[in-house]
Design a protein around this ligand. Structure first.
Ligand code: UT7
Length: 380
């Protein structure tokens, strides 16, 4: 489903523009050989690199949460706007690995960034999360509901991946990336042009964490395995190629672009063979394909903005170049966007550890917090 039709590109019209771009990776790099040794996996480095293109990934340790990664990437994106004092007026966090099932992680990230009482919410669209977030935030911006939304995608899949499962353990890494949007027009670098998004819940069982929700509470899960992420890789592979190619094609058509006009193509970094198959179907040549799966693996919802930030940091493309993003994930969900390559100096940051006071949910020791402003409310 594409966004409502608009005046044909390149006619100038109001839209959301990427004004800042930031990312955060945990410092610890883990090679395929280390993943194999850790889980005693019946696989090889050759199999993983040959079948997926992944050589290494970054993994966050036990002390680092999705919210810590998100906070660092968000702060980096704000810095990248060139106005470090900028206070985004809405925060949307795309994640499938929130810090806790309840509440959402976004309000705490907004608080840690000092954004004040802005609307902040999580969005769960698995690996399509960032592009779902971009579509949502830009629609809110165009409606006038906000002016400078912050879209963060952050994942700590090492918290839900089974280290002993060879089908998934070698694939995933932890990361976050974020963009700040501002109002602008469709001729500016960073301008978001069209989006396409969709879902198919009939195939929801292909990618799941079975326990921990209302259908199977974690307390009632019969086996430890139910708490882990599971994926039927071969079936997902076929859907991923078909859905991303169709969605990217729909976004191109809505924009009025031919595939040969695209100078930068970034797809969800799940598998290099999937990325090549999608780009081949679309007719986008290898020199216009950008990605970083080799070094970071599949970082789920964070993968598209992380690859965009990586490529932008390398100066891979000139600001304003026609750009196509596409993603696919559990749900099933898929989404694509056309935009003009942004002109923002990318910032990267290491994850920010949570202040001590947030530990009270773990150790039930709610230490008084001198920094926190509690509004005194008298009982009626
Ligand atoms: O991020 C959300 C979206 N995710 C994706 O898009 C991921 C989609 N799926 C994939 O990337 C790939 O399907 C995988 C990387 C998960 C698997 O690669 P594949 O080339 O599709 O392998 P396969 O599942 O077709 O399995 C081929 C063989 C099987 O053995 P048999 O049945 O042919 O004897 C598997 O059991 O490879 C075996 N296999 C492995 N062998 C060594 C599966 N995983 C491994 C492994 N090491 N890690």
């Amino acid at each position: 489903m594409t966004s409502p039709p608009s005046a044909p590109f390149p006619g100038r019209r109001a839209t959301a523009v990427i004004a800042g771009l930031g990312s955060s990776l945990p410092p610890r790099e883990v090679t395929n050989t280390q993943v194999i040794a850790r889980g005693g996996l019946d696989t090889t480095d050759e199999w993983i690199t040959g079948r997926t293109g992944i050589h290494r990934r970054r993994l966050a340790g036990p002390g680092v949460s999705t919210g810590d990664l998100a906070t660092a990437a968000a702060r980096a994106a704000i810095d990248s706007t060139g106005s470090p004092g900028l206070r985004p007026d809405l925060l949307l966090l795309a994640t499938t690995t929130p810090d806790r099932p309840c509440p959402a992680t976004a309000p705490e990230v907004a608080h840690r960034l000092g954004l004040g009482p802005v609307p902040a919410f999580d969005l769960a669209a698995v690996c399509s999360g960032f592009l779902y977030g971009l579509a949502t935030a830009s629609a809110l911006l165009r409606s006038g509901a906000c002016r400078t939304p912050l879209v963060v995608a952050a994942e700590k899949y090492s918290a839900i991946v089974d280290p002993f499962d060879r089908d998934t353990a070698p694939l995933f890494g932890d990361a976050a990336a974020a963009v700040v949007l501002r109002p602008g027009d469709t001729t500016e670098p960073g301008a978001l042009l069209e989006t396409d998004w969709g879902s198919d819940g009939g195939e929801s069982d292909l990618i799941t964490v079975a326990a921990g929700g209302s259908r199977l509470p974690a307390t009632e899960a019969p086996g430890r395995g139910d708490r882990y992420f599971r994926m039927r890789g071969r079936q997902v592979y076929a859907h991923a190629v078909r859905r991303m190619a169709a969605s990217a094609g729909a976004a191109l058509a809505a924009t009025g672009w031919q595939a040969r006009e695209v100078q930068a193509f970034i797809g969800h970094q799940a598998n290099q063979r999937i990325l090549d198959a999608v780009a081949d179907r679309l007719g986008i040549p290898p020199r216009h394909r950008f990605g970083n799966i080799r070094d970071v693996g599949n970082t789920a919802g964070a993968s598209v903005p992380l690859a965009l930030a990586d490529a932008a940091a390398r100066g891979a493309c000139r600001p304003g170049a026609p750009t196509l993003l596409t993603a696919f994930g559990g749900g099933l969900t898929w989404a694509s966007a056309t935009l003009l390559w942004p002109d923002a100096p990318v910032r990267t940051a290491v994850p920010e550890p949570r202040p001590r006071r947030h530990d009270h949910d773990r150790d039930h020791d709610p230490a008084p917090d001198p920094d926190h402003d509690h509004e005194e409310v008298s009982p009626p």
